[in-house]
Design a binder for this molecule. Structure first.
Ligand code: SF4
Length: 190
């Protein structure tokens, strides 16, 4: 934790905020020791051979972390963000056919290098018990390869969520001053 954030967290005004946050969420940062992969380490999703279309499924939502919002705003792509609405966290807009707004006509991601954290980690996710990384049963095509980078992205996605919760708890004033509060006011873990 950085010096300014540590001072803020320990400030008497914020002690109750910290107690409430920890009562609701496990804020443990995950790594390969406390959240190992529960699955084969030498198999990776074979997207080219997959018949499913993760990015094109109208039922899939691309939930955004604060870091994703910052990247999109930096790139001048803020118009493609759906702000939080009290029921849903911030997410990407969709094309009229229900596909992600950034899926190009060749069915490739047009912002691949800057794609959101949840896109980087799919189909891996941190299990509800927060002690393992699991592979989604929705993904059926696998090939030989090193799963660890994707598993790390799954942990990172979770850790960004924890960072977001702390930022929202302690930094509302600053986010409002930056004009960002509308994007994130109802952000929830996802
Ligand atoms: S941002 Fe890219 S990878 Fe993520 S859902 Fe959209 S098209 Fe797919």
């Amino acid at each position: 934790m950085s010096g300014p954030l540590r001072r803020r967290v320990l400030h008497p005004r914020h002690l109750l905020t910290g107690i409430k946050l920890r009562a609701r969420y496990d804020l443990t940062v995950l790594d390969d020791d406390n959240a190992p992969l529960d699955g084969p380490p030498d198999r990776v999703p074979d997207c080219a051979a997959c018949r499913d279309k993760c990015c094109a499924d109208p039922d899939n939502e691309t939930v955004l972390r604060l870091v994703d919002i910052a990247r999109l705003l930096d790139a001048g792509l803020g118009e493609h963000i759906l702000p939080a609405d009290g029921e849903h966290p911030p997410r990407l807009k969709k094309r009229p056919d229900g596909a992600c707004v950034f899926l190009d006509p060749d069915e490739r991601c047009s912002i691949y290098a800057d794609r959101p954290v949840v896109c980087r980690r799919f189909p891996y996710r941190v299990a509800d018990d927060r002690r393992r990384v699991t592979v989604s049963s929705l993904c059926a095509s696998f090939a030989d390869g090193d799963a660890e980078p994707l598993v790390n992205d799954a942990r990172l996605s979770y850790n960004w969520m924890i960072t977001d919760l702390a930022t929202l708890a302690y930094g509302e004033q600053e986010l409002r001053a930056l004009g960002l509060w509308a994007y994130v006011a109802a952000m929830a873990p996802g």
